[in-house]
Design a protein around this ligand. Structure first.
Ligand SMILES: C[S@@+](CC[C@H](N)C(=O)[O-])C[C@H]1O[C@@H](n2cnc3c(N)ncnc32)[C@H](O)[C@@H]1O
Length: 219
């Protein structure tokens, strides 16, 4: 449970955001009604800002759900395309409909399937990767995505603080233990990982911004 100050801060930060477009608002309502986890508005806004800033030509998203984060990024792209992978057919189909309605379908290649099988088959490189699927599998996703993230590219990982459990290890259920310890190890590796530079932004549920160095020697 987030404490009062955290909630006050979150509401304040949210109050500073511009209103989202109509399709995105409708997607959020649908997601809330059907208990589908989607990116927090402040994290969606950060993704939009980063995409606008970097202007990636190619983005890979792992975990589409119904496409809120995909749309946040697509809305900031002037050119280029997004490949987004989702495991659940119902969510994938919903996302396709929303992309059409938002007028961005021609820029988005939505794929139905398991990213653990599909990512190793991808044969192009990406400027930016947004990782937002199973939280216990981030290390596995990084291992398979490393090959296709361009040198100098940005990997964004959402929910890395897992409700704060990664900080205080105060997870409520024993079955969450593996996921929490895996995430902690995932974040800690960047202290010594010479291939990547990572900064964790405590926005929403925690966002890791992970940049791949251009050359092995770059520090
Ligand atoms: C947090 S939701 C994604 C939310 C979405 N990025 C957004 O903000 O709108 C995580 C999604 O990842 C999907 N997922 C989980 N494991 C996956 C895998 N191995 N391959 C592809 N998708 C996966 C889940 O079905 C779920 O819809």
């Amino acid at each position: 449970m987030k404490d009062v100050l955290d909630l006050e801060l979150q509401l304040f930060l949210r109050s500073l955001l511009p209103e989202e477009d109509a399709v995105l608002q409708e997607m959020r309502s649908y997601a809330e009604e059907h208990h589908i986890p989607v990116v927090d508005p402040e994290v969606g806004h950060l993704l939009h800002l980063l995409t606008g800033l970097i202007q990636p030509q190619s983005i890979l998203e792992i975990g589409t759900a119904i496409g809120c984060s995909t749309l946040a990024m697509a809305n900031a792209m002037e050119t280029g395309s997004i490949t987004t992978i989702e495991l659940t057919e119902e969510r994938h189909t919903m996302a396709l409909g929303y992309f059409k309605r938002a007028g961005v379908a021609d820029r988005i290649h939505a794929v139905l399937g398991d990213a653990r099988e599909l990512v190793p088959q991808l044969d192009r490189q990406y400027d930016m990767i947004f990782m937002d699927a199973a939280k216990g599998q981030y290390q596995e996703f990084l291992d398979i995505a490393d090959r296709i993230l361009k040198p100098g590219g940005l990997l964004v990982a959402d929910n890395v603080l897992l409700n704060g459990w990664v900080v205080n290890l105060n997870y409520p259920r024993h079955r969450q233990k593996t996921m929490v310890y895996r995430m902690k190890a995932f974040l800690e590796q960047f202290k010594e990982n010479t291939q990547y530079q990572c900064s964790v932004v405590p926005l929403g549920d925690g966002v890791a911004l992970i940049r791949k160095h251009r050359e092995k020697s770059e520090a």
